[in-house]
Design a protein around this ligand. Structure first.
Ligand code: UDP
Length: 352
């Protein structure tokens, strides 16, 4: 197939502003190229993709991330929007491609679906956040059955059209993540520093247990981060900035566990499988994607959502988890070729 991938419009690829969908786009592209498909990626100016595929960079104002908006908020469009310009490009070149694959959680690409001649597939990377989005995605899936892909069933169930979504899971190039059998003392927290990620609970837990915590990720909400620091001035935490996958896994793999403290229904949580791939167990709130990933008591602990004592209990029981079991689970469930085959099938079905 000849595929045109349209990236998220909230940030350039490689910036971390797009969150897990940046890694997902890269992994899908890599898997499908391996299967012999041709891919061109359209993405905001400044994007970097460590893959030899054609990339078209488009300038313009970035879109506001959907998770910062309220449920009843109307759709916003900045002047000179990169999103509009990316889809104008897609309109012009669409005849060269079999499918246009949308990775943006934005209203416009869904709205445009019936107006374009080339079939479209949409990878919806978050749960339900906004009424206008729910309406437009629902309208698309009614008119184009099979065109909406999601990560997990739990994510799909946040939408009124749950049963019409195709759950694709996720996958990783496991060769990029090195297994570490013997950890150091630190715990790890990974992700965009933004209220829906609940970093303050991880900090509260390590403040109590006095376990060092290494934090890596895009600093998306500075005020939120400053409030956490002010609330726990003596917490044993270290913020290391946003790292590349290579740098991140070098630090992550030496940690005793990853803490995942999401307040929202996490659509998947790519950081969980990256952690397991290094042999690092995960202590996660039992909410959203993590409940479909973690095998409680085998590859980590699922704890009552929003319970700091639950996190602390998980930290105290870490010795019961085998790091080899973590790596084994990822090899079994999240290897890139298996994921690639599922995504390929989803796309092929749209051409029937
Ligand atoms: N990440 C990274 N460098 C960092 C911290 C995180 O590249 O220093 C990436 C990580 O690999 C993952 C993404 O950020 O792909 C976070 O995605 P996740 O699915 O966990 O959450 P989202 O941001 O999509 O809500």
């Amino acid at each position: 197939m000849k595929l045109l991938f349209l990236s998220t419009s909230v940030g350039p690829l490689g910036s971390g502003l797009g969150g897990g969908v940046e890694l997902t786009l890269l992994n899908i592209a890599q898997a499908l190229v391996t299967l012999g498909h041709q891919i061109t990626v359209v993405a905001p100016q400044g994007s970097k993709l460590p893959l030899p595929v054609e990339m078209v960079e488009i300038s313009g104002a970035l879109q506001v991330p959907a998770q910062t908006q309220t449920r009843d908020q109307p759709i916003e469009m900045p002047p000179n929007p990169v999103l509009g310009r990316m889809w104008d490009y897609a309109r012009q070149v669409q005849a060269r491609y079999d499918i246009l694959v949308n990775f943006a959680y934005d209203w416009l690409p869904f709205y445009l679906t019936p107006f374009l001649q080339t079939p479209m597939a949409h990878l919806v990377s978050m749960g339900s956040l906004n009424d206008v989005m729910d309406q437009i995605v629902g309208a698309v899936v009614d008119q184009f059955p099979g065109s909406i892909g999601v990560y997990t069933r739990t994510q799909a169930e946040t939408f009124p059209f749950a049963n019409q979504c195709v759950a694709l899971g996720s996958g990783l190039d496991l060769s990029l993540y090195e297994f570490c059998p013997e950890p150091e003392a630190s715990l790890c927290w990974l992700g965009r520093i933004s209220p829906e990620k609940g970093l303050e609970d991880a900090v509260a837990a390590v403040n109590k247990t006095r376990t060092p915590l290494k934090i890596m990720g895009q600093l998306q909400d500075v005020t939120y981060w400053e409030t956490i620091q002010a609330s726990y001035p003596n917490a044993p935490i270290q913020y290391l900035g946003f790292k590349t996958t290579q740098e991140m896994q070098e630090i992550l793999r030496k940690c005793r566990a990853l803490l995942v403290t999401s307040r929202w229904v996490e659509a998947f949580g790519n950081v969980l499988i990256e952690s397991l791939a290094c042999g690092v167990p995960v202590i996660a709130y039992a909410r959203g994607g993590p409940t479909e990933i973690i095998q409680d008591g085998q590859t980590g602990w699922l704890v009552r959502p929003d319970s700091v004592p639950g996190l602390i209990a998980g930290i105290q029981k870490l010795d019961q988890i085998s790091r080899q079991a973590c790596r084994d689970q990822v090899e079994q469930d999240y290897a890139l070729p298996v994921y690639g085959a599922r995504v390929e099938q989803w796309l092929k079905n749209l051409l029937l």
